[in-house]
Design a protein around this ligand. Structure first.
Ligand SMILES: [Zn+2]
Length: 118
């Protein structure tokens, strides 16, 4: 039974049996070109050699796949990892009735320095 736990069994989201067909259909739809689009630079012109699950790793529908080059796939994975790290940041919460709102900047700029500082 040790043979049943190969590397395939450790995948978080196993690929479906028709994955090769889905992958080919995705490439054909996108013209075998990377679909990465960058503001101001346009679409990537590199030949696509990977299929990206842009809606999540468990969604294998054709509409949820896009062709992407190796470079941009790695870049997106890095961006997603970075986004996951920063999403835990707490929003800046401030109690509306707290006393901190009453503190203002010292009015020296308007009134000039006090006599003992001139
Ligand atoms: Zn690309």
């Amino acid at each position: 039974m040790a043979w049943s736990n190969g590397p395939q069994g450790s995948r978080l989201a196993p690929l479906p049996a028709n994955w090769p067909q889905l992958r080919t259909a995705c490439f054909e739809r996108d013209g075998y070109r990377c679909t990465w689009y960058e503001e101001g630079r346009g679409r990537c012109t590199t030949r696509a050699d990977e299929c990206d699950h842009w809606r999540g790793r468990g969604d294998h529908r054709l509409v949820s796949l896009r062709s992407i080059c190796h470079f941009h796939h790695a870049r997106q994975t890095a961006q997603q990892a970075a986004a996951g790290r920063t999403s835990m940041k707490r929003p800046d919460e401030r109690h509306p009735s707290g006393p901190s709102g009453a503190i203002e900047v010292a009015p020296y700029k308007v009134m000039g320095l006090p006599p003992h500082m001139q």
